[in-house]
Design a protein. Structure first.
Length: 370
């Protein structure tokens, strides 16, 4: 799926079909007359296409909402449609910037002596730790945990061993210390380290004493709890069955949510009320159409349907440009194209099944059928 055509290209496609002067990147924003009509018509056509169905594949998206202790209601993303059966709750990733794609931001440098910790831009980015033979090059980060809960740390590194320390202080090893060597993880392999938190704050540290640098390009920490589907409950049912319980926000009444409900204000709520901050709710939705603005803007609609955008735009542009018969032709082309788009992207399987069943009915029973 490719969406490479720009607002300028679509506008000029329309203008070319109208035999009008095309725009350039330099005069695009200041366009007037039929050129401005063509620009506006492109966005109107895109709105018409997106508005033709609630759930086009190209405007499908997934959103993750971090939960907060004691907070029950959360704003929904701007949407045309929500898949309420898709809501699930899962442990959140605890570490910030565990892939080091552009910086080591989020981590604290705990290097000592001549040791160092730095960003390495090679191979999509990593944290490079270099010791001086005695002192370490290292990074540390604190995460929020729950005492007596089990967690899994995953780490991947190349070139040399890395020491992973888990403790209650910066650089500490009160919980565990593990030397991850290439001979037990393998270059490019992910090593798992399990631990049990002892308090509300846990420090994750990675260090190297050797003068041979070690590169870490992946480190993650999550609670050992599987993602769980959230059952959908109507707002009225929630008020009848659970509201009285949920409004009591003492810690003893909070728990791991197992229900999602929609409020009357484009919000979703979870029940029970979240007890802790290291969970997130993930759900699927379909976005509303967004207008293109600058000449380099693109749309979510695949380039292969670009002709449909142009036909849709011509319905509006031709209304101020040409004979009404041309408007009618563009309107017919657009409507037929939109039907074809629905068949291919929305209900292709249903259409194929219907065609197969109709063909079987016309041909009569198969030989030997009773």
């Amino acid at each position: 799926m490719a969406t490479t055509k720009t607002f300028l290209q679509y506008t000029n496609w329309v203008l070319n079909d109208l035999n009008e002067v095309e725009l350039t990147a330099q005069n695009f924003s200041a366009s007037t007359g039929i050129q401005l009509v063509a620009k506006n018509s492109v966005n109107r056509a895109i709105r018409d296409i997106v508005g033709g169905e609630l759930e086009w594949p190209f405007n499908y998206a997934t959103y993750s909402q971090a939960l907060l202790p004691g907070v029950q209601l959360y704003a929904l993303q701007a949407f045309r449609s929500i898949d309420w059966d898709s809501f699930k709750i899962q442990p959140i990733e605890e570490l910030t910037n565990g892939t080091f794609t552009s910086t080591i931001t989020g981590w604290t440098d705990i290097s000592a002596g001549s040791g160092s910790a730095a960003f390495n831009a090679a191979n999509n980015g990593s944290a490079r730790l270099t010791g001086d033979g005695t002192d370490i090059g290292g990074l540390t980060q604190s995460i929020t945990t729950v005492a007596n809960r089990n967690y899994t740390l995953q780490v991947r590194h190349v070139s040399n061993a890395v020491v992973v320390k888990i403790g209650t202080t910066s650089g500490g090893t009160q919980i565990s210390t593990t030397t991850v060597a290439l001979d037990n993880a393998g270059e490019g392999e992910i090593q798992d380290i399990s631990f049990t938190a002892t308090g509300a704050t846990t420090y994750i540290s990675i260090t190297n004493t050797s003068t041979t640098a070690v590169d870490i390009d992946y480190i993650k920490v999550k609670e050992n709890r599987r993602a769980q589907h959230l059952s959908l409950m109507s707002f009225d049912e929630w008020r009848r069955v659970r509201e009285g319980h949920d409004v009591t926000l003492s810690a003893s009444m909070m728990a791991y949510p197992d229900v999602v409900f929609r409020t009357q204000n484009d919000e979703f709520g979870v029940s029970r009320v979240p007890l802790q901050a290291n969970w997130e709710v993930v759900y699927d939705y379909w976005t509303a159409a967004a207008d293109m603005s600058s000449e380099t803007s693109t749309t979510l609609i695949d380039d292969r349907w670009g002709w449909l955008i142009v036909e849709g735009a011509k319905r509006y542009a031709l209304a101020v440009h040409s004979d009404p018969s041309f408007v009618k032709e563009a309107k017919t082309n657009f409507e037929h194209g939109l039907d074809r788009m629905r068949i291919e992207l929305i209900n292709k399987e249903d259409k194929m099944n219907a065609h197969t069943n109709a063909s079987a009915a016309r041909s009569g029973p198969r030989r030997g059928a009773r």
